[in-house]
Ligand binder design. Sequence first.
Ligand code: PS7
Ligand code: MN
Ligand code: MN
Ligand code: MN
Length: 343
Amino acid sequence: IPKQKLDEMSPTARKCYVYLNQTSRSFAAVIQALDGDLRHAVCIFYLVLRALDTVEDDMTIPLKDKVQMLQNFYKNLESPDWKYMDSKDKDRIVLEDFPTISTEYRGLDEHYREVISDICHKMGDGMSEVLQTEVITLQDWNMYCHYVAGLVGIGLSKLFSASKLEDPIVGKDTQLSNSMGLFLQKTNIIRDYLEDNIDKREFWPRDVWSKYGKKLSDFQEKENITPALHCLNELITNALEHVPDVIKYMSRLRNQTVFNFCAIPQVMAIATLAKCYNNRNVFSGVVKIRKGQAVGLMMEATCFQSLRRILYKYAREIGKTIPPGDPSAPKTQKIISTVTSLG
Ligand code: PS7
Ligand code: MN
Ligand code: MN
Ligand code: MN
């Protein structure tokens, strides 16, 4: 943000950008590059959801209290004094200084406020529902991902259209916005197998992993590596099913800053999936794309043609590494052919 703009900003607005940069490695730069008043709306949307997710992730809050907090969270947007001082999370600042964020929320245009409040309400309800049940079927998996990421895509798309930087259809077509979020969230859940397992959180759907093992944590044992990889490859194949929707969604965007904001997380996700595919390190550590690769992707993903080139490249890379005897091989092959032949 230019220095002159910073000088004009109120102290609470300025603090919000400090919190954005403190709490997000992946979104801070692209949010700050957004045009017009969309930038501030998305910044506040991010911080509100970061606060809600910090409550969801806090394993020290008793279940009953957490359910109440999540369901009522959207009401805090209207309460100038609400804050929460008992979090130990690395991002606790957004809860401890929530009054700064809610002050900025209340200063937003009412079209933006409606979207943010509605998504926050639905996400809090969804998170509290999922807390009390296990992710069993693929339908459960899609449902959880809808609550924590599909709704983000739907809300962001409505903000884009409300800003007039994008056509009304972008905000109305919730199926495609949902897919944009699901692709990111599934990638996150697949990659974070070990981290979530250590935290005793299970996001891999049981109907899938139970075909390959007795317990999800058994995939950490060296002797189970073959079924573990088969399970991993099946989930990656499932995530790839969202790519055709991602391409269609991205083809509708007209504003360059909105395009970059949307494209960068999607190309990071497909590069991450390509790196995780059939990779045993998912079960023993963190699999992350290299910094240089990430920077290259961010610079390249600035127009529809290059975005498509990147998606094809990683899809083909996965296609080349399908191991013989993998139970999902025909399905994987099929979705890769679909993605690489889209006109
Ligand atoms: C409002 C930019 C662009 C149409 C906090 C962006 C956590 C993957 O928890 O921080 O650390 O493992 O790595 C972001 C669609 C949401 C979905 C969801 C809101 C894309 C609260 C991102 C960010 C829609 C629930 C962050 C979904 O991952 O996860 C804004 C279009 C927050 C997007 C969470 C996850 C996001 C996530 P963690 P990360
Ligand atoms: Mn969470
Ligand atoms: Mn989280
Ligand atoms: Mn995660």
